[in-house]
Structures are given as structure tokens and as C-alpha cells.
Design a protein around this ligand. Structure first.
Ligand SMILES: [Zn+2]
Length: 67
């Protein structure tokens, strides 16, 4: 009967680490989204040009405002 208890504990540990692993995988894309912030479209405050990507306006060289 003790062997069943050991198997139960073994599977509980496997499921626990599996859950932590899945949780880490779920967090991954969220972090990469914040890294890809320079791919977001923004409007230049100086010339109102719609900058498709990058941290600098290609028309007047204005830096992307930190919002
Ligand atoms: Zn500009």
C-alpha cells in the first residue's frame, strides 16, 4: 500500500513542476510583447507623422515620447 502513496507523491510533484513550467511559458509571450514596444505605431508630437515602427520619427528625428 505504501508504494501507491509514493507514486501519488511522485505524480503530485510532476504535476506541480508541470504547472510551474506551463506558467513560465504563459508569462513568456507577455514579456516579449513589452520588448516589441518599438514595433508599435505612434504619432510624432512635432510633425504629427504616423511612425509605423522604430523609436525615432523619420521626418524630423523626434524621439518617441515615453508614455
Ligand atoms: Zn516628426
Amino acid at each position: 500500500m505504501l508504494i501507491y502513496l509514493l507514486w501519488f507523491i511522485f505524480f503530485a510533484i510532476i504535476i506541480f513542476f508541470g504547472g510551474v513550467f506551463m506558467w513560465t511559458l504563459k508569462r513568456g509571450p507577455v514579456e516579449s510583447e513589452s520588448d516589441g514596444a518599438d514595433l508599435e505605431e505612434w504619432t510624432c508630437p512635432s510633425c504629427s507623422f504616423q511612425v509605423q515602427m522604430g523609436m525615432e520619427c523619420i521626418y524630423c528625428g523626434e524621439k518617441k515620447p515615453a508614455v
